[in-house]
Ligand binder design. Structure first.
Ligand code: ADP
Ligand code: NA
Length: 330
């Protein structure tokens, strides 16, 4: 393919994706298929940098992949696979670790944050070298573009530095990737705590809308979403974070402008907005939920699809790895 290569990964850290994952990442992944050569990876090697229950991890890998497929990741146009199925990721990460400075890796702010959160005993060498594995993920496929949020920007810089360093030390081998600012990049907030980003580690489950929630559960979560004591439906994240989040979700999911929604709801109550939004969300998410549950009914077929993806990814990754090994003198 002559289309630019885009690489993106998602951790299999839950059995259900949430509305933030969907509107902030997955919708964009599906759209990218029109113009790019996307490599989508369920990053289970990254997931084990913090303790995992093996049975839950296995289930979460399948569930995450099933939700990508159900949301519209198309195996004709995208390469979708599980990271641990392609050994070249771990192999290239080792080579890259030998050109990564200890001090350089020590400056990664995400490692500092995570190790502070997990405590000294749970801070593993794997957590420390996580960004080197991420560099390998990206560089194996000749990636041109990586959609990154703010939290991954420093890791992408490291990836670019490592690619450049390897190229100047051993000869031109890697494409140096660029950050991609996604066209559609909605940021979704917690329904109960609308100044915090919606996250699977939400303080209250009521604030987190899961793609696999039953429709009645989704409706209930929107109904009890936190708002404010005014009556006006107006987008103002500073003073009206709850209503602004509802408008933001509505706009992202219906591809309408905030202004047109403000116009439609002028003079109407918060209850109307919540009820309509719940319907719009359920309508968008229900087919994904239904398709996901179907795919999970047949794990053998799902595993077959992932094996095909792994084979496609392996062919590409092995080409890069062979060149790298040759360059370093193996
Ligand atoms: P979580 O915050 O629930 O742990 P991840 O960090 O695993 O989610 O994020 C996976 C993908 O989903 C990333 O691309 C991230 O930018 C996107 N994402 C996660 N939460 C949100 C959100 N609340 N709004 C928009 N995008 C989000
Ligand atoms: Na996160």
């Amino acid at each position: 393919s002559s289309r630019p290569v885009v690489f993106s990964g998602m951790q299999p850290s839950s059995d259900s994706l949430h509305l933030g994952n969907y509107l902030g990442a997955l919708v964009n992944w599906v759209a990218l298929q029109d113009d790019y050569d996307p490599i989508y990876c369920v990053v289970d090697l990254h997931a084990i940098t913090v303790a995992q229950d093996p049975a839950a991890l296995r289930a979460n890998v399948r569930a995450t992949a099933a939700q990508y497929l159900a949301a519209g990741v198309d195996l004709e146009r995208s390469t979708l696979f599980v990271q641990s199925h392609v050994p070249a990721h771990a192999e290239l990460a080792w080579v890259l670790s030998t050109i990564t400075g200890f001090g350089e890796a020590s400056r990664m702010t995400q490692f500092k944050d995570k190790s502070a959160r997990h405590g000294a005993d749970a801070t593993t060498v794997g957590l420390f070298t996580y960004p080197v594995l991420m560099a390998a993920d990206i560089l194996l496929y000749g990636t041109h573009l990586v959609p990154v949020g703010d939290d991954q920007r420093q890791h992408l810089e490291l990836t670019r530095d490592l690619a450049g360093r390897f190229n100047s030390r051993y000869g031109d081998t890697f494409t140096v990737p660029e950050a991609m600012i996604p066209a559609q990049s909605a940021r979704i907030y917690d329904l109960q705590e609308p100044t915090a980003k919606m996250s699977k580690s939400a303080a209250s489950p009521a604030g987190l809308v899961n793609l696999l929630d039953e429709p009645s559960v989704t409706a209930k979560k929107f109904k009890s979403a936190v708002t404010d004591t005014e009556r006006e439906i107006r987008f103002d994240p500073e003073t009206k974070p709850g209503i602004s989040n509802l408008l933001g979700i509505y706009a992202a999911i219906s591809r309408r402008s905030i202004a047109s929604l403000e116009g439609e709801y002028a003079g109407r109550g918060y209850g109307d907005l919540k009820k309509d939004l719940a319907e719009v969300v359920v309508e968008a998410v229900s087919p994904i939920r239904t398709r996901t549950l179907e795919l999970l009914q047949d794990p053998a077929e799902l595993d077959r699809l992932l094996a095909v993806g792994a084979q496609k990814a392996t062919e590409r990754a092995e080409r890069t790895l062979a060149l790298v090994y040759d360059r370093v003198g193996f």
